[in-house]
Design a protein around this ligand. Structure first.
Ligand SMILES: Nc1ncnc2c1ncn2[C@@H]1O[C@H](COP(=O)(O)OP(=O)(O)OP(=O)(O)O)[C@@H](O)[C@H]1O
Ligand SMILES: [Mg+2]
Length: 248
């Protein structure tokens, strides 16, 4: 498979769908004692509903910093961030936690599953915090696991599943809360090539079903599965391109 890219500006003018992410002149400065380091240096980024975007960049370029901001795990030093139309910079800690729980489904490199809980219990857990009724939690967990092809592994613990299956449980957990977007940080970083193909295939399906996906990766092959690639370097966006698959 090969891919060609076109400038994002050429194709982003449809203007019909709602923006999910709106970052304007986003800056993040870390302070370590006397030393300050500006990890994000004026990022402008819009992601609309249903987009599948990969964020790429070398080590230290600011990807995880950006992911933490997008995921409401940290706040900007200056600039603004609107998520699903809500001005995140104005929110209290408690409200941030609520927004995080309701709007974002996280998928991490290390699956972050609880080893003592079965697959469906793991998927159910965020809904416990989200105050979803018990019967509905079970139903939604089963549906999400079936969706990722693990309907026959509901009662298996993470240790009884392959790496790819564990990551699919994590994707099911991200989906079960019906979030505004899926935010994945190096989701294939710990997977062999077969499991990587498996998880990326799942992301393709989710994209086709209209989900908004933001995927952070340093692997070009993974990024090219998205429909748009944003390159970050030294805390700035250096390019923003649509990906179009072409016949090999
Ligand atoms: N808590 C922190 N305190 C101080 N500096 C930090 C902190 N977190 C990150 N940095 C610095 O900010 C810059 C961006 O870091 P970040 O973790 O976002 O990079 P990254 O693109 O995710 O890199 P990698 O691909 O290695 O994960 C780096 O120079 C890093 O040293
Ligand atoms: Mg990182």
């Amino acid at each position: 498979m090969s891919a060609v890219t076109t400038s994002f500006a050429e194709t982003a003018a449809d203007g019909i769908r709602e923006p999910v992410i709106e970052l304007v002149d986003a800056r993040k400065t870390y302070r370590t004692g006397e030393i300050e380091f500006e990890a994000l240096r004026g990022i402008d980024l819009q992601v609309t509903e249903g987009e599948y975007v990969a964020i790429m960049g070398p080590s230290g370029s600011g990807k995880s910093t950006l992911m933490n901001i997008l995921g409401c795990l940290d706040v900007l030093t200056t600039g603004s961030y609107r998520l699903g139309g809500e001005d995140v910079e104005q929110l209290s800690e408690a409200d941030l936690a609520r927004v995080r729980n309701r709007q974002i489904g996280f998928v991490f490199q290390q699956f972050h599953l609880l080893p003592t809980l079965s697959a469906w219990r793991n998927v159910e857990l965020p809904m416990v915090y989200g105050q979803v009724a018990k019967a509905e939690r079970r139903e939604r967990a089963e549906a999400a696991l079936t969706r990722v092809g693990l309907g026959d592994r509901l009662d298996n613990r993470p240790g009884e599943l392959s790496g790819g299956q564990q990551q699919r449980v994590a994707v099911a957990r991200a989906l079960a809360g019906e979030p505004t977007m899926i935010l994945a940080d190096e989701p294939t970083g710990n997977l062999d090539s077969a499991s990587t193909a498996d998880v990326l295939g799942l992301f393709d399906e989710l994209h086709e079903a209209g989900r908004t996906i933001v995927l952070i990766t340093h692997e070009l092959e993974v990024a090219q599965r998205a429909r748009r690639i944003v390159f970050v370097r030294d805390g700035r966006i250096t390019s923003d391109e649509q990906v179009r698959e072409v016949a090999a």
